[in-house]
Design a protein around this ligand. Structure first.
Ligand code: 13P
Length: 258
């Protein structure tokens, strides 16, 4: 099956309102160079409205051809959860995607596979496409535990989903040691784990469903290394941090996945 690649910019806690608007407009203006690749921007929650307006996004989609996503959400639908944002609110603000289980949330905010699974379920119920992040720490790779750690995260973070639900998920493999370090995984290291993830998805759903699921790589992706990653059979896009804060480089990464 030919999968439509997906390249998403995770802006993390960066930029201000003016810079978010300018970057959005620059990405939208150059978006065509990415061809039929799905291009998605994930700003800080407080700027989702600003970015959505700059994209002319509606709940039916984005005429700019650039999708809108959040970096996190609550597993709860509504209620007394001070500071939290629900999946329904993200849909209301024209988001189509949400990043869940990012390693920074797992390590800094203590998010567990169980919590991530609850968030994934809530996102799917609301009609959002979850981008579910998994990845090993450096010590785990050095102890040759990468497959074990990633398998546990994939099974745990996607627990309780039907094959139909799994078919709607995007998985992002982000080795923690490659995030923000400039140390990108080699294409072979990344492909090895992507193939593992696809085999797990085959067991959890079916070969047909697993074949259709997009698996992104994340961790120090830049314009200069994107083509080698894109050439791997099971790498279907990128989740880009630092390099997504500048339109030209981000669009060059997206174009590498055409
Ligand atoms: P960098 O691209 O800055 O390494 O960040 C990757 C990441 O965490 C994307 O979610």
């Amino acid at each position: 099956m030919s999968r439509t690649s997906i390249v998403a910019g995770n802006w993390k806690m960066n930029l201000d309102r003016g810079a978010a608007e300018a970057l959005t407009k620059a990405v939208a203006a150059g978006r065509d160079q990415a061809g039929d690749v799905d291009v998605v921007l994930c700003p800080p929650s407080i700027y989702i409205g600003t970015v959505g307006t700059a994209l002319s996004a509606t709940s039916g989609g984005s005429p700019s051809g650039v999708g809108l996503g959040a970096q996190n959400m609550s597993e709860q639908a509504s209620g007394a959860y001070t500071g939290e944002i629900s999946a329904g609110m993200l849909v209301d603000m024209c988001c189509g995607y949400v990043i869940l289980g990012h390693s920074e949330r797992r390590t800094l905010m203590g998010e567990t596979d169980e919590l991530v699974a609850a968030k994934v379920k809530a996102a799917l119920t609301a009609g959002l496409t979850p981008i579910v992040c998994v990845g090993e720490q450096l010590a785990e790779r050095e102890a040759d535990r990468t497959h074990e750690v990633v398998s546990t995260q994939v099974r745990g973070s996607l627990a309780g989903l039907s094959a139909d639900e799994l078919a709607k998920v995007v998985v992002a493999y982000e080795p923690v040691w490659a995030i923000g370090t400039g140390k990108v995984a080699t294409p072979e290291q990344a492909q090895d784990v992507h193939a593992l993830i696809r085999s797990l998805l085959t067991e959890m759903a079916s070969p047909e469903v697993a074949d259709g699921i997009r698996i992104q790589y994340g961790g120090s992706v830049k314009a200069g290394n994107a083509a080698d990653l894109a050439a791997q059979p099971d790498i279907d896009g990128a989740l880009v941090g630092g390099a997504s804060l500048e339109a030209e480089g981000f669009l060059a990464i997206a174009a590498a996945f055409r």
